[in-house]
Design a binder for this molecule. Structure first.
Ligand code: PMP
Ligand code: GLU
Length: 381
């Protein structure tokens, strides 16, 4: 066989998905694995959302839709953006996508030329870099100060002649931290001074505790150079629906839409009706899930220091980010093999020496996981 694409061969597989697959395999073999690995709400999708999708299916919403998404969903996203995020967008600046992940892919393809660079703020989620690489670009890594988890002016040192984009993700996966206005303003100033585009991944915006979520597009003139990414997976427990969206200036959206048209056409038509119900329906379900995540967060905030772990401020999403003594890959392997607790090592997020725990797991199981980790850590001393 002739050699395959070098570009794709150079891309890592998704470690978050690989580890979750491994935990699922072990569970199928009858092993009682507790998965604190994948970032996936453990709640069912609220029934009014499922009902809206079933009704759409029943009335025959089973054909092609406009490639940017059904007008009802685009309208609902624009309204939500104005009311909740505090900036305006025109419907033609919105694309409904197959998950936030595909919106990120479209954005990278639309913005980055071969050989250009994007800056990632580490620790960073696993899929940004491969999407940048698939577009032919390269990543420059900026590491957050592990005391503050906020951006400082040394970010400017990462800018080169080739820089096109800065990727911002708040609340952060994997750190579970939230950027304050100072961090966002630093990013905004650099984007404006160096004529860069920002990709602002706000998929965890509904899961913020004791702080406030600020959309990057509301800072200064950033609305004219920000691609805001969001979706339904985390806020509405809709991971399997594969529905997300982007909001970006028209000239960027036009380019992104071409990539969508030629790759997936649009998200599944009846699924988009579920998205309309999610945005327009009662938001009590979102608050209920956040309250439950918050109870788990508070448990871990007490438990982790008692177990001797230093943790990043648990301000958002459903992740605890803990410092571990030694090789995080090896520790994660040991916890899975001997304690049957699946976690994600920090190295896959460019931060060796840390481990990510997802607390999208019911409190009794979370308690049990902490007991197992404590016993395993003692046993290995
Ligand atoms: N961004 C971040 C930071 C994530 O953690 C995820 C995880 N699923 C996504 C985007 C993609 O979400 P989805 O494709 O399920 O909408
Ligand atoms: N984003 C989630 C995680 O980090 C789900 C898996 C993925 O899409 O990477 O675990």
């Amino acid at each position: 066989m002739k050699s395959l694409s070098e570009k794709v061969a150079a891309i890592a597989s998704s470690a978050t998905m690989d580890i979750a697959d491994q935990a699922k395999r072990m569970a199928r073999e009858g092993i009682d694995v507790i998965s604190l690995s994948i970032g996936e709400p453990d709640f069912d999708t609220p029934s009014h959302i499922k009902d809206a999708c079933c009704a759409a299916l029943a009335r025959g919403e089973t054909h092609y839709a406009p490639s940017n998404g059904i007008p009802e969903l685009i309208q609902a996203i624009s309204e939500k953006c104005r009311k909740e995020n505090g900036f305006s967008c025109r419907p033609e600046e919105v694309i409904a996508t197959c998950g936030a992940k595909h919106a990120i892919y479209l954005a990278m393809e639309a913005v980055i030329n071969a050989g250009e660079e994007a800056i990632l703020i580490d620790p960073a989620w696993v899929s940004y870099e491969p999407c940048i690489q698939m577009a032919g670009g390269r990543v420059r890594h900026y590491s957050l100060n592990p005391k503050t988890f906020q951006v400082d002016d040394t970010l400017a040192e990462k800018i080169s002649q080739k820089t096109r984009m800065i990727v911002v993700n708040t609340p952060s996966n994997p750190a579970g931290t939230v950027f304050n206005t100072t961090s966002l303003s630093l990013v905004a100033d650099l984007c404006e001074d160096y004529d860069l585009i920002a990709l602002s991944d706000e998929i965890y915006e509904k899961l913020v505790y004791e702080k406030e979520h600020i959309s990057l597009a509301t800072i200064g003139d950033m609305v004219h150079r920000t691609i805001t990414i969001n979706g339904f997976s985390k806020a509405y427990a809709m991971t399997g629906w594969r529905l997300g969206y982007s909001i970006a200036p028209l000239e960027i959206t036009r380019q992104m839409l071409k990539v969508q048209q030629h790759s997936v056409s649009h998200p599944t038509t009846f699924v988009m009706w579920g998205g309309v119900a999610a945005l327009k329906g009662d938001q009590a379900c979102v608050n209920q899930m956040r309250t439950e995540f918050d109870a788990r967060r508070k448990f871990l905030m007490a438990e982790l220091p008692a177990m001797g772990f230093e943790a990043a401020p648990m301000e958002g999403a459903f992740y605890s980010w803990i410092r571990v003594p030694g090789d995080d890959m090896e520790i994660a392997r040991r916890w899975l093999e001997y304690a049957h607790v699946a976690v994600t090592p920090g190295s896959v997020f460019y931060a060796p020496g840390w481990i990510r725990l997802s607390y999208a797991t019911a409190l009794p199981r979370l308690r049990e996981a902490m007991t197992r980790i404590a016993n395993q850590s003692e046993g290995s001393d």
